[in-house]
Design a protein. Structure first.
Length: 580
């Protein structure tokens, strides 16, 4: 064995021994005593008994299984700022741990710790910057951390260094430098803005344009840069960029909304370009979802609705709840807001928008929502528009009869007395014809509490339905409509199979079931489990078994004339209002 191999073996053996000692130290303390472990590692490393930096370069993160990696990783992040070690060794170790962390949200923690390491010695940022420029791609990820740490010690010098690197020959260095400009301490924010404007004029890389957007927004929100000048910068960057630039825009809109909402020009530019997002890019769409939810919470609903109206037609059928879960949840919690949006979107007649209302209501079938129309969203003195919205509500919300009936009754309150008969006809057929239970559940009280003309129209619909049901009782049962026992059993089995398949699909999407153990109980009144405390003694825990049931009212015509009912609802959904 030659001397070089011997030296490498000694280094490897020493690192393995150091890591073993750190593992032993971590195992000797509880999770809440991490600070004691950190102090032990710092003392042992700086005292020379272990080499923590070399040890952590050998640490691996087994994919897909729980390991002690994250405990050791957390200890290193806390200890790193106070370790004494060569900068190049620390940079190599940090890059190794960053790679081993993968896509975990904690991956960037080690970069923050590296900033603290560099700040503890004024020579470290300069040495780190030198190593980044020398090694290029191997250390590009660390360039922002080095520049941030340096700017905390000498803002003017490291700002000029970052601006200098925006003109580097290597694209990855230029990208990282522009990213860093948005996070360093600025000595002269106008010089930073001028550098960004120069980059936008000369570059066309998508990722670089995304970093320009991030840094420009940071200048706008933290340095109070001129709104109109930043808006021009964002317009140019978004015009040149692509999907990554749009993702950066969505990210900044979601995290800096409180500041951006007061910058009219820049906000308008960001929102106008976000309508070009590819709906298959789920990460970007989720960022937009957060932004839309935030806009609604900040009384900017017109902006939020306009953005949704541009994006929803691009989504596949039934994806509103999946693509915009935060917005859908917010709408389901605010009945007044949902009623306003339902009025607006049903009046538009756009299928994707109407289906989004259906999706919100359908996910909350166990908690019926009574909808009220928003008069501000309706044209004045237009009875055709009122009936159009009523027919859309029936077509799209038919599976939620209470929501549908409440919206129709709300529209009746706005209609003139001579136009109420058409609404009464809609209440009778198809609503009461399919859901006679609406009489007791909603319509009787609605007729009693409504203004007199509206109450009479509702009562007329109830009387027509009562007459219809009484007429049915006058006929003898039709044998053709009485299925045999074998047919009934076949139908029951089909429904049971469909319910079982739906249950399995729902279970597959449950995040809880992926981390818990499933037990099937065949019989009994309670389940018994044991928990072990710090003293390793079992504690008996009993959980009484409870029954759970739910019911669903099915439309009557589903069994009598399913095709006719489906055709009528389809007509309601697809018909369009002729502009007057």
């Amino acid at each position: 064995m030659n001397n070089e191999n011997k030296d490498q073996k000694c280094i490897t053996d020493g690192a393995a021994t150091s890591l073993a000692r750190i593992r032993e130290l971590v195992g000797s303390y509880s999770h809440s005593e991490t600070d004691m472990v950190v102090e032990g590692v710092i003392e042992a490393h700086n005292g020379g008994s272990i080499n923590a930096v070399a040890a952590y370069q050998t640490l691996k993160n087994p994919s897909g299984v729980y390991s002690v990696f994250w405990e050791l990783y957390r200890v290193f992040n806390k200890a790193l700022p106070r370790l004494n070690a060569p900068v190049i060794d620390v940079m190599q170790c940090v890059m190794h741990l960053y790679a081993e962390s993968g896509n975990d949200m904690a991956a960037g923690c080690v970069l923050q710790s590296f900033i603290g390491f560099c700040e503890n010695d004024s020579e470290r940022p300069a040495e780190g910057l030198q190593e980044v420029e020398r090694a290029g791609a191997d250390f590009t990820v660390l360039l922002p951390s080095v520049l941030i740490a340096g700017s905390n010690l000498d803002a003017a010098h490291y700002q000029s260094e970052a601006i200098r690197l925006t003109a580097d020959d290597r694209l990855d260095i230029r990208r990282a430098a522009i990213f860093a400009l948005g996070r360093i301490n600025w000595a002269d924010d106008l010089a930073v803005l001028t550098a960004l404007e120069s980059c936008v004029g000369e570059e066309d890389d998508d990722a670089l344009m995304g970093n320009v957007v991030r840094t420009g927004c940071n200048l706008l929100t933290e340095a109070q840069a001129e709104d109109s000048r930043i808006a021009v910068l964002l317009q140019q960057a978004l015009g040149k960029g692509g999907d990554r630039t749009l993702h950066s825009s969505a990210h900044m809109l979601s995290v800096a909304l409180d500041d951006l909402i007061h910058r009219e020009a820049s906000l308008a530019v960001l929102m106008s370009h976000l309508t070009n997002v590819n709906p298959e890019h789920t990460a970007t769409v989720r960022m937009i979802d957060l932004a839309v939810k935030g806009l609604i919470a900040r009384s900017q609903r017109d902006r939020a609705f306009a953005l949704l109206e541009a994006l929803l037609p691009k989504l596949a059928v039934g994806q509103f709840d999946e693509a915009f879960p935060g917005t859908a949840s917010r709408l389901g919690e605010d009945v007044a807001l949902l009623g306003s949006l339902a009025t607006r979107w049903f009046l538009s007649g756009e299928g994707s928008l109407c289906r989004a209302i259906h999706d919100v209501i359908a996910r909350r079938w166990e908690r019926p929502i009574l909808l009220e129309v928003d008069n501000a969203e309706l044209p004045e003195s237009d009875p055709v528009a009122l009936e159009f919205v009523a027919r859309k509500a029936i077509g799209w919300l038919f599976i939620a009869p209470l929501s549908t009936a409440s919206m129709v009754v709300s529209l009746m309150r706005l209609a003139s007395p001579e136009d109420l008969q058409s609404f009464a006809n809609l209440l009778h057929a198809p609503l009461l014809l399919n859901y006679p239970g609406l009489r007791e559940r909603f319509l009787k009280d609605a007729a009693r509490n409504a203004p007199e003309p509206v109450g009479k129209a509702i009562q007329a619909a109830l009387d027509a339905n009562a007459q219809y049901l009484e007429g049915l009782r006058g006929f003898d049962p039709l044998p053709e409509l009485q299925p045999s026992e074998a047919q009934r059993e076949a139908q029951r089995r089909r429904i049971a199979r469909q319910a079982s398949e739906g249950f399995e699909r729902a279970r597959a999407q449950s995040p809880l079931l992926s981390v818990v153990t499933q037990t099937n109980l065949l019989y009994g009144r309670r389940s018994v489990s044991f928990f072990y405390g710090p003293d390793d003694q079992p504690t008996r825990n009993e959980i009484a078994l409870q029954s759970h049931e739910f019911g669903m009212e099915m439309p009557r015509m589903q069994k009598i004339d399913a095709f006719g009912m489906d055709y009528e609802l389809r007509c309601f959904r697809v018909e369009q209002r002729v502009a007057s």
